[in-house]
Design a protein around this ligand. Structure first.
Ligand SMILES: [Zn+2]
Length: 150
């Protein structure tokens, strides 16, 4: 998929089946996953589809569905960015602007924002609505990582 580097905003081609290998930005060299990836509709579908390669080390993807006019979303953004910074090697942290990509919001039945959905192996495995406090988000992240260790 093509996605902008969360650090320098330059577009990178990121092979979805190699996300577990700590990809670095081709321009600034920083780890692509140590930040929140901003996805459009096609990047999201590519990132959340079932991996075609059975050997692919697919790591979980946590997506923040938000919109620029949503106050709680904006409040939650730094919390989410912090989590990405801390756990970005083990999970992909991404966000989708539901205002700019309304088809995505409809496809995933987003009725309130922010909504977090965790995808793994092409399926949504967790869904939480509302801006989480840092401790609640940390708990959710820990839960997902624990579940996927096996
Ligand atoms: Zn970069």
């Amino acid at each position: 998929m093509i996605v902008a580097c969360p650090h320098c905003q330059k577009k990178n081609r990121l092979p979805v089946d190699r996300l577990g290998e700590s990809p670095a930005c081709g321009v600034c060299g920083k780890p692509m996953l140590a930040g929140v990836l901003s996805l459009d509709a096609s990047a999201l579908s590519e990132l959340t589809q079932k991996p075609t390669n059975a050997q692919a080390q697919a790591i979980p993807v946590m997506v923040d569905f938000w919109a620029p006019w949503c106050g709680p979303c904006l409040q939650f953004a730094p919390t989410f960015a912090n989590a990405a910074n801390q756990h970005g090697g083990h999970m992909v942290f991404a966000k989708v602007d539901t205002e700019a990509h309304q088809s995505v919001a409809i496809a995933h039945q987003i009725r309130s924002i922010p909504t977090l959905i965790v995808f793994h192996h092409g399926q949504s495995i967790q869904r939480v609505s509302g801006a989480l406090a840092p401790s609640a988000l940390a708990q959710l992240v820990a839960q997902v990582l624990e579940k996927n260790r096996t």
